[in-house]
Ligand binder design. Structure first.
Ligand SMILES: [Zn+2]
Length: 307
């Protein structure tokens, strides 16, 4: 896109609320070398940046490091895009932090550099190398502590007017539903994100640990409150997928993230709601599948942004 030379190795950075990962990724999406650190909790802007520099420098100092010819960055949203001023909801020390500029200045030189929402990066990677491969119209979803997504339509990444297209987590599936951190209510994220699943299970009577993972274990061992919370979350996601597919005529929706890793516990109600609510033939055609790329998908996704 930027030069005639094919990109062969990418320096990739994946910044999330709990961890920061850096790696060198080849043009097939394979992570050649990587490292990760905890995102400094409560860190100010420069402490957070120092953590980024630490993890990137550690990768570049690895005996397995190769020269790289582009830099790709995925970061939790929202951000001003394409300027790359990031304000991740879960990283309070960064508000309009110039992450793209800092990375370009320190690591890119004359090499191409690109940044996007981490969910968009994941969607692009699933389309290119994962469960969305071979399809032209793909929604890549992440269901974990938040609910995110990215879109590929007609084989191309969709950015939207401000780089925020694909925010399926804030599709409203119940206008009378619970408040969402975004300021709206009844969003998919307000119902299906891990903390919301746990909060609902507690509201019903669950007395175990208030985390998505504990509630998943509770549901598997037969606790009716935990099962009801997963059922409700899965149905919300299924309903949102029906709406998104009606709007976009999708071929496939890939779902990854910690909650999705609960497997059938989560995916069964997703499919049930989809089957129940999808009326038109073109909507029913859409397939819903687990994401295929593993725990390093965020780095592959960051790399995919510059390919
Ligand atoms: Zn919302």
């Amino acid at each position: 896109m930027w030069s005639d030379q094919p990109v062969t190795t990418i320096l990739a950075l994946d910044v999330g609320g709990t961890k920061m990962a850096a790696g060198l990724v080849d043009a097939a999406g394979s992570v050649l070398v990587h490292d990760r650190v905890e995102t400094p909790p409560g860190g100010d802007a420069e402490a957070l940046w120092a953590a980024v520099v630490g993890v990137v420098d550690s990768v570049l100092a690895s005996p397995h490091a190769l020269p790289y010819d582009a830099v790709g960055i995925g970061c939790g949203g929202p951000m001003q895009w394409p300027a790359g001023l990031v304000s991740p909801i879960n990283i309070h020390g960064w508000r309009d932090f110039p992450l793209l500029h800092r990375m370009a200045e320190r690591y890119a030189g004359t090499r191409p550099v690109a940044i996007h929402n981490d969910a968009v990066a994941l969607a692009v990677a699933e389309h290119r190398w994962g469960a969305g491969r071979g399809y032209d119209h793909v929604l890549g979803m992440v269901v974990s502590t938040g609910v995110g997504g990215g879109l590929v339509l007609g084989g191309r990444r969709v950015d939207g007017g401000t780089g925020n297209a694909g925010h399926i987590g804030h599709l409203v599936v119940d206008p009378d539903g619970p408040p969402c951190p975004c300021g709206s209510r009844g969003c998919v994220e307000a119902i299906a994100r891990g903390p919301a699943i746990a909060a609902y299970a507690v509201e019903l009577g669950w007395t175990g640990a208030q985390t998505g993972m504990a509630v998943a274990e509770g549901a598997r061992s037969g606790d009716p409150y935990c099962q009801a919370a997963f059922e409700r979350a899965g149905r919300a996601v299924g309903a949102a997928i029906v709406s998104a597919t009606a709007l976009l005529d999708l071929d496939v929706v890939t779902i990854g993230g910690g909650i999705a890793q609960s497997g059938d516990l989560f995916l069964d109600p997703v499919h049930a709601a989809f089957d129940e609510l999808a009326g038109l033939a073109f909507i029913r055609r859409c397939r819903i599948v687990p994401a295929r790329l593993g725990p390093l998908a965020g780095l592959s996704g960051a790399a995919a942004l510059v390919l």
